[in-house]
Design a protein around this ligand. Structure first.
Ligand code: SF4
Ligand code: SF4
Length: 337
């Protein structure tokens, strides 16, 4: 059984202060995105806040990063490895719809090729998740196997008992190693009280059954449904960039000069028209309806078939931020006859 302790907020902030003083990175939800905390007075730890507009994805999978450098001479090319920044990153107060995101992406980044850039960063993450006490009309974590009290992906998990104290669950060995030097701050927990708080969680209503959606998608690759969405969607890919688990990227060589340059890995998005554009000029996803169909099939069918996981945590970010109000929960809920 997961070990549980009680910690005062002021002591949790002392631990955070220590993380900052040691020179490790402390990330916490800010107003619209996760921010690097410079001073613990900036930490809000609000379980009633909605998910930030974008997740912490860029700290494990940067928007743009060099993967190697090259030098050309008359008869040769020399490749130079890029350095990976694998320093410790402590994420404080992540919502359950974010904590599991690294585990979901890990399968893709270790499938046909082991992406050591991603792996090294992921290895150095310490995830301190926190129970979520709110949801809006876009949230659907409970439809994709997550919930406001899910410890999935957390090394340590906080359950807010009041403004001043938390139950702290030690979920993984990594979490234990992190918290062990601070055991003096922890007291015995009143697990009955914690269970009362957990059972009062406000679950978003279950909107769909992912197995039924998977089955429907298998039968409806061609459907008028996709045409309707294709007429509205702007191909802006806000949905992909805000998403904690979307992971499309592109590889581009940038020449500094004739003799040297670097190879970059940059975020891309399957909603962009040029994403599947072949050098021949042929584009298998030449219209937006095909691209949006790909987005839904990838998340709720292909990823499930390949890795046994849904490529979605139900955070609702893509819908909240969509400039034309396309709501993924509504679309997936209607993937039925
Ligand atoms: S954010 Fe909305 S408009 Fe933009 S690509 Fe995604 S679904 Fe289309
Ligand atoms: S697809 Fe939308 S709801 Fe699902 S994880 Fe990505 S941003 Fe969140």
């Amino acid at each position: 059984m997961t070990e549980e302790k009680l910690i005062l907020k002021e002591d949790l902030l002392r631990i955070c202060d220590d993380v900052i003083k040691k020179g490790d990175t402390l990330l916490a939800p800010g107003k619209s995105e996760y921010v690097i905390v410079k001073d613990v007075s900036e930490i809000k730890l609000d379980p009633e806040a909605l998910p930030t507009k974008i997740s912490f994805k860029s700290y494990v999978f940067p928007k743009s990063e060099p993967v190697l450098y090259y030098k050309r001479s008359k008869n040769d090319v020399t490749l130079i490895d890029a350095d990976v920044n694998g320093r410790k990153i402590v994420v404080l107060g992540a919502k359950p719809c974010d904590t599991g995101s690294i585990d979901i992406m890990k399968d893709l980044f270790n499938w046909d090729y082991r992406d050591e850039f991603f792996n090294l960063r992921a290895k150095h993450f310490i995830m301190i998740g926190m129970m979520c006490k709110t949801h809006d009309e876009y949230c659907f974590c409970t439809s994709v196997g997550c919930s406001p009290v899910s410890e999935n992906g957390s090394d340590l998990f906080l359950i807010p008992l009041s403004d001043k104290e938390f139950a702290l669950r030690i979920v993984t060995e990594k979490g234990r190693e992190f918290i062990e030097p601070y055991f003096r701050f922890l007291c015995d927990a009143d697990t009955k009280r914690t269970e009362e708080v957990l059972s009062a969680a406000k679950n978003p209503e279950t909107a769909f059954d992912p197995d039924e959606v998977h089955e429907w998608l298998g039968r409806n690759f061609e459907s008028p449904k996709w045409d309707g969405i294709g007429e509205v969607c702007l191909s802006c890919a806000q949905c992909a960039f805000a998403c904690p688990v979307c992971h499309c990227f592109d590889i581009v060589d940038e020449d500094y000069s004739y003799s040297e340059g670097r190879r970059m890995k940059n975020w891309d998005g399957c909603q962009f028209g040029h994403f599947t554009l072949h050098a021949s000029g042929h584009n298998p996803r030449d219209i937006q309806s095909k691209r949006y169909r790909q987005r839904i099939n990838h998340k709720f069918r292909y990823y499930v078939d390949k890795f046994g996981k849904i490529l979605c945590t139900g955070c609702g970010r893509c819908s909240r931020g969509c400039p034309v109000s396309i709501d993924i929960k509504e679309i997936v809920s209607n993937c039925k006859d």
